[in-house]
Design a protein. Structure first.
Length: 218
């Protein structure tokens, strides 16, 4: 038999697509499917509303007006996407999980597409691209770089990519998480024409652990 055998002590590679498909099927409309499984569904829903308010404020502060095209990359079942669409943004949501896309919220207001971030190709650029609590779930470094490049490719020149991250070098104990640092993002931006123009910190409800909204201008 050809090929290299995996060592007996080496764990199997993490399959993000299978993980999220199974998680969405398990939780369905319960917000633990896209949030913190240690919290209740209601607590996770409150966190999504908090993020929607913060993002709507940041979009307005950076000049993204109602009616602008906004991409929510890694949208899950699209609850945040729907909330932003209800405030007047023209939203598109994408997610790796077909199950999530098929059961997404607000399909009368939002266009949804199933795709991994690393191979996303919608054929257009958006006034703003959101990637909310998603990129730290991309544990492979090469896939993370391809995903970030694809997100920037979908951002209009002068527009902004909004990323919610932990921005810490602390190791994660979950196989589906890898925290990265501001230095990781700075190193990536130096490879292209993007630049970090701001970092907004906030403390999610129920968790009391600071997170950051990283603002990258294309």
């Amino acid at each position: 038999m050809s090929g290299t055998k995996r060592g007996a002590s080496e764990p199997p590679a993490f399959d993000a697509h299978a993980y999220w498909q199974a998680r969405h099927r398990k939780f369905g409309a319960d917000f633990r499917g896209v949030g913190n499984v240690s919290l209740t569904g209601e607590a996770n829903e409150r966190q999504i509303h908090q993020k929607a308010l913060l993002l709507a404020y940041l979009l307005g502060r950076l000049g993204v007006s109602r009616g602008a095209r906004v991409l929510d990359a890694g949208c899950g079942r699209g609850y945040l996407t729907m909330l932003l669409a209800q405030t007047g943004f023209d939203c598109v949501g994408c997610d790796v999980s077909q199950d999530a896309i098929e059961n997404a919220y607000g399909r009368d207001r939002v266009a949804y597409v199933q795709s991994p971030l690393a191979t996303l190709d919608l054929g257009e650029a958006f006034a703003a691209v959101l990637c909310i609590d998603v990129l730290y779930h991309v544990v492979d470094d090469e896939e993370w770089q391809r995903s970030l490049a694809a997100l920037l490719a979908h951002t209009q020149p002068g527009g902004h990519l909004y990323i919610v991250e932990n921005l810490t070098s602390e190791p994660s104990h979950s196989p589906h998480c890898r925290w990265r640092t501001i230095a990781d993002y700075e190193a990536f931006c130096r490879q292209g024409r993007a630049r970090i123009v701001g970092v907004e910190t906030y403390t999610p409800l129920e968790i009391q652990r600071e997170k950051s909204v990283l603002l990258i201008q294309a």
